[in-house]
Design a protein around this ligand. Structure first.
Ligand code: KIV
Ligand code: ZN
Length: 555
């Protein structure tokens, strides 16, 4: 890289708009959406989609609720032409959906495009020519006047062929794109757009679409917004136009540019699912739509089944959705940090209680709204705290660890996860819990237990296996647990202890219901230790929990 980048790159000259209004606007409704997946997205694929893949994607786009879909560039290849014919002849386009086709301002291409659209109900013919100084100079070698003449001629050629569509009942809208708009002088963009309007003669009843592409994202989103507001303010006959945004993502701010462009007065947005498109991609429509949704605005697009949409996208394009892609990525509802996990856990249970406005920390939307599951929210790795561990045990297995026990087991689990050096599943965590508490049989293993109570005094008779040998023990107390503790201390030589906390819960796995007991003991040295036991009989579960705690304290 250069030490002095200004020797090679120059500052972008923003449009002068001292009285800009867009910063104090808010977005209150969804724009008109147009998917350009089948054209701009498709042209950027290593292997473009075949007709059946395009049909698959078209159906999915319709299902999401897109009412305008750019289906291709029918004059560019037989596949593209054949796709249009299949859509029309097999009556696959719902009456409320408009198909759009891209074409350059050339007679043979316009002719072919018109032919591909015969029989459709509603179409947009999208004509473009590039207008920026670099394109004028290097690519076309044409003056401004000559570039305007190309656009005028193109619009006229489409107009001259209109009857071929309208006589069959097709409703035609013209869309004009001064390609590379954001790199074009706004005055020139105005001049060329107005020249096209003069040919087409749009009215408020029959509007023309003026699409203003950020073909290559060359400036900050606020500058693009200024350009949009300038056009909306200065172009004649604004009420006869639908102003459309078409952003790419070269500087990584395609979404911001679109949102600010909407503040600046645009009516319509072009983009693709998950941002597929040339270079860094087109605008990701899912992002803008879901951003509206998270502010309580109906986006008029339905992404309830995000996973199926991602599968369709990956199947048809061969692209993948990155794991951190906003809203859609596999990891976007996953918290690795312990404090985040704890906050999410609390937020989710708080939300469960009031069920009004979503206010769960760290989660911008309820994952459920797009077909994701709550249990995807938290995973456990070495960075996770006790909250994540407790959440997984509870959400996947219904094990509700007492708070104090979470403080004991959390670090134990973290140590093991740290040594493994990877993320662990809920099942692995349960396994750790079982090994640490339930399967503790040394130095004492329970062989048999029986307790009777008379007038509030309980006597227990049981046998333990100690160092491979069975031994009978007896004890008394004001309940079975106290009697067992007495027997352990008196007859089995266990260090003295008292039971300080007891909790039980039921567990059901498959058809078998069982009880899970948690016991905390305090040794004579003042050490608090937890134990847990599981059995179909609640009394036995608690006895096993005492033994688990004593065994853990003895090791
Ligand atoms: O990015 C672009 O400018 C385009 C035009 C053809 C609209 O895709
Ligand atoms: Zn584009």
């Amino acid at each position: 890289m250069l030490k002095n980048p200004s020797s090679k790159y120059q500052r972008f000259n923003p449009v002068s708009l001292p009285n800009r209004r867009w910063p104090s606007q808010t977005i209150t409704k969804a724009p008109i959406w147009c998917s350009v997946d089948l054209r701009d997205g498709n042209q950027a694929l290593a292997v473009p989609m075949n007709v059946s893949q395009k049909l698959d994607m078209f159906d999915a786009l319709v299902k999401c609720g897109f009412k305008e879909i750019e289906v291709g560039f029918p004059s560019a290849s037989n596949t593209e032409f054949a796709f249009n014919r299949r859509l029309i002849e097999e009556k696959r386009i719902p009456d409320d959906v408009t198909i759009q086709c891209l074409v350059q301002a050339r007679e043979d291409l316009i002719e072919k495009t018109v032919e591909s659209l015969i029989g459709a109900k509603n179409v947009v013919i999208h004509m473009y020519n590039s207008t920026s100084p670099a394109q004028r100079k290097y690519v076309f070698g044409k003056s401004k006047e000559e570039i305007i003449a190309v656009a005028i001629k193109g619009a006229q050629m489409i107009k001259d062929r209109l009857h071929r569509l309208t006589t069959g009942g097709t409703h035609v809208t013209l869309q004009y794109s001064p390609e590379s708009f954001s790199a074009t002088e706004v005055e020139f963009a105005k001049e060329i757009s107005e020249a096209v309007m003069d040919v087409w003669q749009p009215t408020p009843q029959h509007k023309m679409i003026l699409n203003l592409p950020d073909t290559v994202e060359v400036c900050m989103p606020n500058v693009y917004a200024d350009q949009i507001e300038w056009i909306c303010t200065n172009l004649k006959n604004r009420e006869s136009l639908i102003i459309s945004l078409h952003t790419h993502n070269d500087r990584g701010t395609g979404t911001a540019a679109t949102e600010l462009g909407l503040l600046a007065g645009a009516d319509r947005v072009e983009g693709t699912l998950f941002g597929n498109g040339e270079r860094t991609g087109n605008l990701d429509i899912v992002q803008v739509a879901m951003n509206l949704y998270m502010h309580g605005i109906d986006p008029q697009l339905d992404f309830s089944d995000m996973s199926s949409l991602i599968h369709m996208y990956e199947r048809t394009t061969g692209m993948t959705v990155p794991p951190r892609q906003p809203y859609a990525g596999e990891l976007v509802f996953t918290a690795f940090s312990g404090s985040h996990q704890d906050a999410i856990k609390k937020g989710l249970s708080g939300y469960e209680e009031h069920k009004t406005i979503w206010d769960v920390p760290y989660l911008t939307i309820d994952p459920n709204d797009i077909g994701r599951e709550y249990h995807e929210v938290i995973r456990v790795n070495s960075q996770s705290g006790k909250g994540g561990v407790a959440y997984l045990l509870e959400s996947e297995f219904g094990i509700e660890l007492p708070k104090d026990m979470q403080r004991e087991f959390g670090p134990i689990a973290n140590d093991i996860v740290d040594k493994l050096g990877r993320e662990v599943s809920g099942a692995e965590l349960k396994d750790m819990f079982w090994k640490e508490y339930i399967q503790r049989e040394t130095p004492y293993a329970l062989h048999h237990f029986h307790a009777d109570g008379v007038d509030g005094v309980f006597t227990c008779r049981c046998s333990l296996v100690i160092q491979g040998k069975e031994r009978g023990i007896t004890g008394t107390g004001n309940g079975p647990i106290a009697a067992f503790a007495d027997a352990l201390i008196k007859d089995a030589g266990a260090p003295s202890f008292e039971v300080t906390t007891y909790r039980e819960q039921s567990l059901s796995s498959g058809t078998e219901a069982s009880a899970l007991a948690f016991i905390q003991i305090k040794t004579s040295g003042g050490k608090a230790v937890w134990g847990a036991g599981v059995d179909t009989n609640i009394e036995l579960a608690s006895i096993k929990a005492v033994l688990s705690a004593v065994n853990r304290a003895s090791n």
